[in-house]
Design a protein around this ligand. Sequence first.
Ligand SMILES: Cc1ncc(COP(=O)(O)O)c(C=O)c1O
Length: 397
Amino acid sequence: MNALPSHPPSLMNNYQPLPISFVRGEGCRLWDAEGREYLDALAGVAVTSVGHSHPRIVEAIREQAGMLLHTSNLYRIDWQVRLAERLTTLAGMHRAFFCNSGAEANETALKLARLHAQRKGIRQPLVVVMENSFHGRTFATLSASDSPSCQAGFAPLVDGFIKVPFGHVLALQALAQSHGQRITAVLVEPVQGESGVQVAPSGYLKALRELCDAQQWLLMLDEIQTGLGRTGRWFAGQHEGVVPDVMTLAKALGNGLPIGACLAAGPAAELFGPGSHGSTFGGNPLACRVACTVLQIMEQEGLVANAQRQGEQLLEGLRAALNDHPQVLAVRGHGLMIGIDLRQPGRHLAELAAREYRLLINIARGQTIRLLPPLTLGDADREAIVERVLALLDSVR
Ligand SMILES: Cc1ncc(COP(=O)(O)O)c(C=O)c1O
């Protein structure tokens, strides 16, 4: 194994990378400089959904880089318009704004919520957010997140957020009674990824939709991790037939090329006017062309249905293999988003899995193995994931 320092002294000390480095990827596999092969059950945290180095993505990048990278949003960008049309059609939304990351997409959503409040004459607006949520690291998205460790040291945070337990409609109904006049929007992840794949009870999003309609609050779904096929539908809200007023996307949209999107429907889509928001790089021809190619690949290779099928089988396989395992408290998931709760803290397991079992996983909140394999996952790799997770957990019995 490489003797790489965990903290290269030239880099700020905000990450704790494992001392493993990759030089090449293909599909569900990655290779390090020594030629060792790893099975990728994390996809760069739900990003490389169509697999590493997909030939059509490589070709799109190559061709577009040779033609045009950037013109600015002072000019019409045809790839941006195409991407907006495709995404809004898939999501049942009306308009799109493009940026470069998930946090920026959520910032956009939060700005829409403020404009919505202004239209309604709310002076001190509140956005409802969920316990254990994660929405990003910019000031507003950090403030919207329920993560004391991420927030530590950054006070004063942005105010205007109020928290309720995730998955509890009654708590939100109570809030409607106590703070209803000040609330402008509800921001929620359909499945909470960073906090260990917390799946809301079925019917939750539908109930939120009804409450938001009744109260004229914007329903804003953060689909940055759940969107684009990850849960076995194009967007997780679609499991319950829910179309939000605002939806945010990033991660898998560029398969590794940075791009984020904020989609809006109905009156929420009309809130911005010229000058109200912007981004220098947002929606550039390269990122938008790659994202169009990602969507095409997903459709042509049937990856949404594959995520649904493989997700069900992976969950079933893991449950069968880990049933009564002394290290395991619970196994849950939605599509190809799977969490395995451990009895003990397991931060060291990500490195052990990579070193000993050549399997890339993540440990969420210190005690949950999180699996987010590429949506291209096949039967053999799915079975290999189950075998290697079992071997890993057996090794620490
Ligand atoms: C649900 C959710 N929202 C927002 C973000 C922030 O995205 P980014 O890191 O691209 O800013 C993440 C990243 O993990 C996420 O999972």
